[in-house]
Ligand binder design. Structure first.
Ligand code: ATP
Ligand code: SF4
Ligand code: MG
Length: 369
């Protein structure tokens, strides 16, 4: 899979980012599940702002809290075993204050989501046309005929071949990529002012993945629609987003404008994710670098930096203290690390770990798998 250059034209857009009004404001968002093993804090004090017309990437390994962040923002989590605190506002509307009826009115026209399991979110016994038209009929009170015409137009926009025929087909008659396009058409049907796409290309082959991501980016640009793009693959956000949040164990570890992150990442965790990006020049059988070790369970209390057991740079201090989010030279760049990548402190930490036998001479962790 090829990735667009992170130093592409989005840099220019990012330069105007401050002129854009905030669409999504998240402050101190914390979501905790009651589990048989105790409270599990899946999202821990997360704050960020998304501005009009821009795309924000949320990147992290499996279990880092990306989907729970999205579902907390949407207010889609069941009340029974979940506590969510903090602030979420979408275009000035306080999501935390809304009741079920008001939330249903938000989902579609104000904010829409492409789910991580999009195929599962299609109704297998409902025709494609009816599924795409459903939101329009609910929110815009249009006739069946008008909704069908709008559904046809949407299927065209998302690149479905023979859209007229597809209107009367069922999900099982479509390929995975086509079904994914239908899911995106449904999300776009009410003209959302904000779109959240949670791993929108899981389970698709690499060529189709790139097409779907390009479709989302095109729609985002054409509609001047803010987009939150969630992925475990740092490569996906390059060239497709203006800003990136890197999450680990429920926390924001680093946040920066996308080109800045790729040029000047400070977090060892971001560096580890970067090392695991598939590179086109590698032969297909090449084993990708994976990050050794496992993330914490988030049930047991965590002391020190959450990434310490897996970090090539970790020193004694990291086991005792958790770093605060610290601003870097770039105005929008923050990170949490005592020994940042590419700094004299970071280089010294690597040297110490090489000499004390924690790292191989090539700088790989020893004894963590
Ligand atoms: N309903 C739930 N009950 C208890 N724990 C949950 C629930 N949903 C998620 N979690 C836990 O919250 C943490 C974050 O999960 P989340 O789904 O947000 O991860 P993710 O970053 O989206 O990962 P992936 O890339 O695998 O989708 C995980 O430890 C997960 O096990
Ligand atoms: S604070 Fe320490 S353990 Fe955490 S990422 Fe930085 S160097 Fe690694
Ligand atoms: Mg997820």
């Amino acid at each position: 899979m090829s990735y667009p250059n992170s130093d592409g034209p989005v840099d220019t857009v990012a330069d105007t980012v401050d002129d854009h009004a905030p669409v999504l404001v998240v402050k101190n968002l914390t979501t905790t599940f009651a589990t048989p093993r105790g409270p599990l804090t899946a999202v821990d004090d997360v704050s960020f702002t998304l501005r009009r017309g821009t795309a924000l990437g949320i990147v992290g390994e499996s279990g880092s809290g990306k989907s729970v962040t999205a579902r907390s923002v949407m207010r889609l989590l069941p009340k029974s075993n979940v506590t969510t605190t903090g602030e979420v506002s979408i275009n000035g509307i306080d999501m935390m204050a809304l009741g079920p009826k008001e939330l249903r009115a938000m989902w579609g026209p104000e904010v829409a989501m492409v789910f991580q399991d999009p195929l599962g979110s299609l109704n297998p016994v409902m025709r494609i046309g009816d599924q795409v038209a459903e939101g329009l009929r609910i929110h815009h009170n249009v006739s069946r005929k008008e909704a069908r015409a709008a559904a046809l137009q949407l299927l065209r926009q998302v690149g479905i071949p023979s859209p007229q025929t597809r209107l009367d087909e069922y999900p099982h008659q479509l390929s995975g990529g086509m079904r994914q396009r239908v899911v995106i058409a449904i999300a776009l049907s009410c003209g959302p002012k904000l779109l959240i796409a949670d791993e929108p290309t899981t389970a698709l082959d690499v060529t189709v993945q790139a097409q779907i991501l390009d479709l989302l980016s095109d729609q985002q640009t054409e509609r001047h629609m803010p987009l939150v793009l969630i992925t475990h693959d740092l490569g996906v956000v390059a060239g497709r987003t203006q800003e990136v949040i890197v999450m680990y164990a429920g926390r924001i570890m680093e946040r920066a404008r996308t080109p800045v992150l790729f040029r000047d990442m400070k977090m060892p965790y971001t560096e580890a994710l970067f090392r695991s990006i598939p590179k086109v020049e590698y032969p297909s059988h090449t084993r990708l670098a994976i990050i050794p070790g496992r993330p914490p369970t988030m049930v047991e209390p965590i002391r020190g930096c959450r990434f310490a057991p897996r970090c090539r740079y970790a020193q004694d201090r990291c086991l005792e203290e958790e770093p605060e989010l610290t601003p870097a030279v770039d105005r929008d760049h923050v990170y949490r690390c005592f020994y940042p990548v590419g700094t004299p402190e970071g280089e010294q930490a690597l040297e110490i770990n090489r000499s004390n036998g924690r790292l191989t001479p090539e700088g790989e962790l020893i004894g963590v798998s």
